[in-house]
Design a protein around this ligand. Structure first.
Ligand SMILES: Cc1ncc(COP(=O)(O)O)c(C=O)c1O
Length: 548
């Protein structure tokens, strides 16, 4: 089965053809294709000027440099971003200051920006997170009142529209806007970025900054080599032609996800502020991991085993060690961004996903919780056993428990996968006559057991189980572990497999087991006189049953 990453480019033959044509032409590095790409970006966004550069980070770096702010001043941005947004301030000698995010849009909150303004503030870099345009009008107003600059970090937002219906990047509400064309972005140039602006002076300075600060042969300012190549630009041009189609498809997929997840109480779907149009670079679900009964790491690992890629956008920047060590930020400084981070998980979203892919992701997400129900009981859990591990159990029956402990190759992880991928699908073809589980306490093996003699017609099964003999010597421990196992197995049988009836065979000498069975709700249904020979004596076989 193919892997579904959280994001992915869509390259067709025409994109490849466009690149090949450039490679056969006279220009490889910056030439006519870069110019054309810039003109097309202007046309698309409505911006007056555009400068194409090597990547989005380079765009941010020289965008800030072009403002000639001077060192030791401050810039404000969101803690919920890729660190390039604030790193680029540091490159320019500007201290990064964060302002907390809005709990609905996950973009920087203008009210929180106001609280962070000091006499040293010269710049605000709002980020249109995941494609959702932030409250740019309010932010621009705040900035212009005190005569400071705004650079929109629109790395996620090519194709998005503000509340007034105009396109992000037109610089109506900012001095400069940057975009990134990294392959996971909405369109790609392989690598690449652009800066748009309506300001001629900034534009001219940016042209210099992109190319070593050189005009003809004179170097007047310190610049960089941040040129984009014509090879990249030709891919960018080809992709730009499809941008609206890509965004429409992203929004269709988002709608499908939203409809599927809306009534699931442990999932919250992304919010889109009424009036704005998000290009949905990412689909970030908020997951109540407590309710799901799993940590984010477990969820990510389980989804990965099902060929579903996920990612966390973002670890709040102020919690990164570099920021803590160099700027004194601490956990707890931006509580909304931190709370957001604890729940966030980006699941696959890219235009090439077909409906079956989305359905598969939806099904896998929903099933995450199903599986949890019987795996979360005060440290006790049961996980299915593979057929090939049966020999180990036979050894264990012979009380060679230490050998088993050393040899057991079964991890909780592998077994969960086995249950999902092997046992469940196999119900539809050949239904197994037994399903066995390892019985764990806080991930340590304490026993085995399961459903045997399964009668799928009448939905009945026998329960059999064995506990580590050492543990059964302590009566209280034995009772506790016995009853927890029965609780878990009843849940699997009645809730997950829809069985109607369970029964257990035991022997009259096992009086403890009999009393525990009765405590677990089983009733004696039958007795076979002198049915088994144990230690040279015949014993009665007792059948206890439980109806759903
Ligand atoms: C919000 C944001 N800003 C800036 C960048 C930097 O872009 P690039 O990777 O093209 O350097 C990224 C890239 O992921 C980003 O997500």
């Amino acid at each position: 089965m193919k892997f579904l990453p959280y994001g992915k480019q869509w390259i067709d033959d025409d994109d490849i053809q466009a690149v090949v044509e450039t490679m056969r032409s006279a220009f490889l590095t910056q030439g006519p294709k870069v110019k054309e790409f810039e003109e097309r970006i202007c046309k698309y966004t409505g911006a007056k000027y555009c400068i194409a550069v090597a990547n989005g980070t380079a765009a941010l770096h020289i965008a800030i440099a072009s403002l000639q702010i001077g060192k030791h001043n401050e810039g404000i941005t969101s803690p919920n971003t890729f660190m390039a947004s604030s790193n680029c301030m540091i490159y320019n000698g500007i201290k990064p200051i964060f302002a907390d995010i809005d709990s609905k849009t996950y973009c920087v909150d203008p009210e929180k920006i106001k609280e962070k303004i000091t006499e040293n503030t010269r710049l605000i870099i709002p980020v249109h997170f995941a494609g959702q345009p932030c409250e740019i009008e309010s932010i621009f107003k705040i900035a212009k009142e005190i005569n400071i600059f705004v650079i929109e970090d629109a790395a996620h937002a090519i194709g998005s529209k503000y509340e007034d219906g105009s396109r992000v990047g037109n610089c109506k509400y900012s001095d400069l806007t940057i975009f990134s064309f990294h392959p996971v972005k909405t369109i790609t140039a392989g690598e690449g970025g652009v800066i748009t602006t309506g300001n001629k002076e900034l534009y001219e300075r940016l042209l210099l900054l992109r190319n070593h600060g050189i005009t003809k042969s004179e170097m007047r300012i310190l610049g960089y080599n941040y040129r984009l190549s014509d090879i990249h630009a030709s891919l960018g041009i080809s992709q730009l032609k499809k941008l609206d189609k890509f965004v429409e498809r992203r929004r269709e997929l988002v709608k499908k996800y939203n409809e599927a997840f809306i009534n699931i109480d442990w999932l919250a779907t992304p919010y889109e502020k009424p009036g704005v149009y998000s290009a949905f670079h990412l689909y970030v679900l908020m997951i109540d991991f407590d309710k799901a009964g799993k940590s984010r790491r477990q969820v990510m690992e389980e989804l990965k085993l099902k060929n579903i890629g996920t990612q966390v956008h973002y670890i709040p920047v102020h919690t990164q060690p570099y920021y803590q060590e160099n700027f004194g930020y601490r956990q707890g400084d931006f509580p909304i961004a931190e709370k957001y981070y604890q729940h966030a998980l980006s699941i696959p979203l890219y235009p090439r996903m077909v409906n079956d892919d989305v359905d598969y992701v939806i099904k896998s997400m929903v099933e995450l919780k199903d599986e949890t129900d019987f795996n979360k009981h005060s440290g006790y859990s049961i996980i299915p056993i593979r057929e090939i591990d049966m020999e180990l159990i036979r050894q264990w029956r012979n009380e060679q428990i230490e050998i088993l402990r050393q040899k057991t190759p079964i991890t909780a992880h592998e077994q969960r996968r086995y249950f999902k991928e092997f046992i469940k699908p196999s119900f539809n073809e050949k239904k197994p006559d037994q399903i066995l589980f390892s019985y764990l306490l806080n991930k340590g093996l304490i026993g085995y057991g399961g459903l045997t003699n399964i009668d799928w017609e009448s939905k009945r099964a026998e329960i059999s189980f064995i506990l580590d003999p050492k543990r059964t010597r302590n009566k209280n421990l034995y009772r506790k572990e016995f009853s927890s196992f029965f609780k878990l197995i009843k849940q699997v049988a009645f809730n997950h497999l829809s069985f109607h009836k369970l029964y257990v065979e035991t022997f009259d000498i096992r009086s403890l087991q009999v009393s525990f069975l009765e405590e677990s709700g089983f009733v004696l249904e039958g007795r076979l006189k002198d049915h088994v020979l144990i230690n040279k004596t015949y014993h009665d076989s007792l059948i206890h049953g439980l109806i759903k």
